[in-house]
Design a protein around this ligand. Structure first.
Ligand SMILES: Nc1ncnc2c1ncn2[C@@H]1O[C@H](COP(=O)(O)OP(=O)(O)O)[C@@H](O)[C@H]1O
Ligand SMILES: [Mg+2]
Length: 356
């Protein structure tokens, strides 16, 4: 019988936290298959009852290697047979698991999966395109531009420079002036795929909200994540220093005045719609002393944002069951074969002959 497959890990800086999200999902849903995506890109079928510690040295010893075949109806293959998968519950954070890459591959196979499709995933990961979409929709955003030599940003420093396709605060730097910002483009190992530049806020706090799309679009409580003294909410803070210790890293519900809460409630579904959010996503805002800006979206948020739904409470089980039900009900992406009768090819040869 086809069962859900939990996909987690992935060749991304957020590989480790994704193991934790994936195993939480596997333990909650039960009766699922667990597909571990190793840092080197290989896929492995692992015991769905595994613990995080089983991955301490990489691929668990009893894991069975899977092949991946992108043809329709194939997908993950164990000993020449495709796994019998009803839906893929994607628990990958960052990199190719969240940026549209695996989504495109799953579309080719014909898998049903949680989270947005390929294009929405790519938009959610691209800070430049996402920021432009937010502005285009008339929603509040800080000015955000591609950092490039010879283009003045049109606002004063200090600046914050972020990898265009980054996450988890990795590679984010503050620069007092444009020359320092541009120098980062040449020296930072995190900016190889480009960077965005925006004004660095001296006084602000982060405010996050999660949206859930099933059974209907609904919002979580607002969370104020704990930030460091220098204002940057770092990877270490999110996942290492407090993440697993049980210490209250974040405040939910956050203390937010009603007018700002109303603004967040109004904006969050609009941002979710821009990206075609499915399942659950977290939308992060910056509250600059009373002025609200949309900052970013995480389409596969850490722990699937289960802890943000406190009032009314939504259990992890309910959240995951909803995600699976929604994905089961969404048909896989269909590819048009219009023109595959040779018309397109004939047109192409006519054009080619005209061009000589
Ligand atoms: N314009 C800004 N001014 C000051 N701090 C910022 C600004 N933008 C982001 N930050 C801080 O940096 C953190 C990480 O930035 P973010 O855009 O969320 O990148 P990432 O995708 O790496 O999480 C935010 O949570 C916030 O604390
Ligand atoms: Mg962030």
């Amino acid at each position: 019988m086809a069962t859900p497959a939990i996909l987690f890990g992935g060749p991304s800086p957020e590989h480790d936290i994704s193991i934790s999200t994936g195993l939480q999902a596997a333990h909650t849903l039960k009766g699922v298959q667990a597909v571990y995506w190793a840092k080197n890109g290989g896929f492995h079928l692992v015991d769905a009852d595994s613990e995080v510690t089983d991955f301490a040295d990489g691929v668990p010893r009893k894991a069975r290697e899977l092949a991946f075949d992108a043809r329709p109806g194939q997908g993950w293959i164990l000993k020449k047979k495709p796994l019998d998968i009803s839906v893929v519950v994607n628990c990958c954070h960052g990199g190719p698991g969240e940026d549209g890459t695996i989504q495109g591959a799953m579309d080719l196979v014909g898998y049903r999966y949680t989270g947005p499709g390929q294009t929405g995933s790519a938009l959610g990961m691209d800070k430049l395109a996402f920021g432009a979409s937010v502005v285009n929709a008339g929603l509040p955003s800080l000015p955000r531009l591609l950092l490039q030599p010879g283009v003045a940003p049109g606002f004063d420093g200090p600046y914050i420079v972020k990898p265009r396709f980054g996450g988890s605060s990795i590679g984010i730097e503050v620069a007092d002036d444009l020359d320092t910002a541009l120098a980062l483009l040449r020296t930072s190992p995190h900016l190889g795929q480009g960077a965005v530049i925006e004004p660095f806020l001296l006084e602000f706090r982060d405010l996050n909200i999660a949206v859930r799309t099933y059974p209907t679009m609904s919002l979580s409580n607002i969370e104020e994540p704990r930030t460091s003294g220098d204002g940057l909410y770092s990877y270490e803070q999110k996942y290492l220093a407090w993440g697993d210790t049980g210490a209250p890293a974040n405040t939910v519900p956050a203390d937010v005045d009603p007018a700002m809460a109303a603004q967040i409630h109004e904006i969050a579904p609009k941002v979710a719609a821009l990206v075609g959010v499915r399942s659950v996503a977290r939308i992060d805002f910056l509250d600059a002393a009373g002025t609200l800006f949309v900052n970013e979206i995480n389409t596969i948020p850490g722990s699937l944002s289960a802890k943000l739904f406190v009032d009314p409470p939504v259990s992890r089980r309910e959240l995951l069951d909803g995600m699976v039900a929604e994905a089961l009900a969404s048909p896989p992406r269909a590819f048009s074969t219009h023109g595959a009768d040779g018309t397109a090819l004939r047109n192409a040869s006519t054009i080619a002959s005209k061009l000589g």
